[in-house]
Structure formats: C-alpha cells, structure tokens
Design a protein around this ligand. Structure first.
Ligand code: PMP
Length: 349
C-alpha cells in the first residue's frame, strides 16, 4: 500500500461548515450564540495576551477545578479539549482504533461519524425514530462506544432521563458517550444531564463552551468521565491544544453565571416565536430542546436561497443527512424579524 492508499478514508468528505450570512443577524447556520460571550471575556483575553510567549497550562488546571466543583466531580475526572470535537477524536483514537466498533444515531452528529471512520473503525448507524434516538435498537448493538447526543444535532430532540438511565444499564457498549453540547437549552437542564451517571462507570459526558457561553471561535470543550478514561486520553492528546487565551476566556465565562441565564431565556423565548412563525407559514417543525429548529420543507434548496435573499444563512438538511429539511439556529431579535420578513405570505416562500 502506498502512502496515498487509505481506502477506509474514501467514505469521508471534508467537514463542510455552515455558510456565513451576508449580515451578522442573519447567521442561522451554525448554532452559535446570537448574544455572543459574557462582556467579561474580552478583558480576560486581553489579560492573557501578556503571557502569550509562554506555553499554556496543558491541563488547564484552574478551569478544570472550577468545572469540577460546578459538576460535583473530582478535577481528575475532567479533560479540557480544543472544542468538544477534539475530545471526540481523542475518544476514537483511544477506544475505536485497531478494529473498534461504534454505534450512533442516523444521521449522527457528523464528527462522531468522521472520527470513527478516521481510525478505520466500524460504525453502526441506527435510524432515528420520530426524529429522536431509537435507544431500544441502539441498546441491542454490542460496541466499544455508543454515542448519544442529547439534545440531538441536527434534530433538537431529547432522550428522557429514564430512557438514558435504562440505556446505560442495558447497553453492552463498553463506553456510553453522552454529548450534551445543547443541554443548557432544554426545559430543565438539571433534570436532563447525565453527569451523575458518570459515577456508576462506563459513561462519559461531553460539554462545550461554544453554545450557551458563546465561545465557539475560541475552541473549549470538556469531558467528564472516570479517572482512568481521562488518564488514558491524557497520554495521547496534543499537550497544548487549548490556548491560554481560550482558558482565560472560559474561566471568565464560567464566573459570570448571569450571561448564560440571559442567553437561555432569550433562546427559549425566540425559539417559541420561531415555532409559531414557521408553523403559521405552513412548515412543520420538529419539537426542539436546542438552540435550533429542524424544519420540514419539500423545497429545501429553494428555501435556502429564498431566505438568503433576506440576508439569512440556514443549514440545508441534505448536508446533515436529512434531505427535505433545513436547520435554523435561534437568532437575535433582529434576526427573527428578518425571518418574519422572509416568510411573509406575499413573499415567494
Ligand atoms: N457536539 C455537538 C452535538 C455539536 O453540535 C457540536 C457543535 N457543532 C459539538 C459537539 C462541537 O462543539 P465544539 O465547538 O466544542 O467543538
């Protein structure tokens, strides 16, 4: 085999990010925070820049210990990554390489699939049922890792806490990875989080600062898991993947709890208004507990280009494995007005 021959990589295409909107308020393609980061973040970044000639703390100890007290776990049960995407790739390198097997929903969060194929592991994709994870069927699959995305991306649907508990108890998977990137937007995040299940073993929970904290551009995510999992991942991670600027920004974000509360309140309110607007315009909407809505439309391409004429960028469902849909992130107030304008009955949509 030559260096160029890696047949298992032929299944993959490079990740396609959402298109940028022509105007900031029209950004509805990438599930970012429409309200940005806490105002304290900018000052923290400036402070950290003075030390930019030094390597960052490889384990981000300060951030790690604050997160540990927030989640009532030990500091060595947390690993900070360059976005939760990096942690998903680390999990694949550690537990799926050399003939591993993963199970996930179909369509999955795209990085779960890409990271599995990147290490030439097998992937069983279990079709969604009523837009949500079919945990019963997934629990019949013997795998090294079971990925559960709660709320799911791209649908925004949730698994019930009882459903997750039962899945963890019944699944033969060696590790159940529960990705909670959007958990802060659920009706009751405290009731939904699987972090308490980590103590029972075989469960790892992923979180990110990219959504409710508005730090997508700085790349900070974290994994909560048993100590030996964290210790294993530490051995193979790039030591300085989370910059000192990103660590300082995440700490500042964490120390301003009012900001995520405001983002949550905004998101839930605008999400409800978007549902009304879209349903009145004749588009069925999948019930979402995330900061985006999956909308059904027979004319996906036309929908995408028609809203673009109003300055709005949305994500075509076919790029996410769900043709016949578009995914629309919860925008600013002004973004909602743009959407209202685009969906007016006298318009072409
Ligand atoms: N998990 C899910 C389900 C996501 O939608 C995203 C964001 N696209 C991530 C993880 C990755 O987040 P991060 O920016 O922390 O890499």
């Amino acid at each position: 085999m030559t260096i160029a021959e890696r047949p298992w990589l032929n299944r993959l295409q490079p990740y396609q990010p959402g298109n940028r909107a022509p105007i900031a308020d029209g950004s509805m393609a990438s599930n970012e925070s429409p309200l940005g980061a806490s105002p304290d973040v900018a000052a923290a970044i400036c402070g950290a820049l003075a030390q930019s000639h030094r390597y960052p703390d490889p384990l981000a100890q300060e951030l790690r210990s604050e997160l540990a007290s927030l989640h009532h776990v030990a500091a060595d049960q947390i690993l900070i990554g360059n976005g939760s995407d990096e942690l998903i790739f680390l999990l694949a390198s550690a537990y799926l390489a050399q003939g591993g097997h993963a199970v996930c929903a179909a369509p999955p969060y795209q990085i779960d699939r890409i990271s599995t194929y990147a290490v030439n592991a097998r992937l069983t994709q279990v079709p969604l049922r009523d837009w949500a994870h079919d945990l019963e069927t997934m629990a019949a699959v013997d795998a090294d890792i079971a990925y559960v995305v709660n709320p799911h991306n791209p649908t925004g649907t949730v698994c019930t806490p009882a459903g997750i508990r039962e899945f963890v108890a019944r699944s033969p998977a060696r590790l159940v990875v529960i990705d909670e990137a959007y958990i802060d937007f659920t009706d009751d995040p405290n009731a939904q989080t699987a972090i308490p299940l980590v103590a029972g073993g075989g469960v790892a929970v992923l979180r990110t600062f990219s959504k409710i904290h508005g730090l997508a551009g700085l790349r900070v995510g974290y994994l909560v898991a048993e100590r030996d999992i964290i210790a294993t991942l530490q051995k193979i991670r790039p030591p300085f993947s989370v910059s000192s600027v990103a660590q300082a920004a995440a700490l500042a974000a964490l120390r301003d709890p009012a900001h995520p509360l405001a983002v949550r309140e905004h998101t839930l309110r605008i999400r409800a208004e978007m549902v009304d607007l879209l349903e009145q315009a004749g588009y069925p909407v999948v019930p979402s507990q995330a900061n985006f809505l999956l909308v059904q439309t027979l004319a996906e391409t036309e929908f995408v280009s028609a809203v673009l004429r109003h300055g709005i960028s949305v994500r075509p469902g076919s790029s996410l494995g769900l043709p016949g849909t578009v995914r629309i992130s919860v925008p600013t107030e002004r973004g909602l007005e743009l959407l209202r304008g685009a969906l007016r009955p006298d318009r072409e949509l």
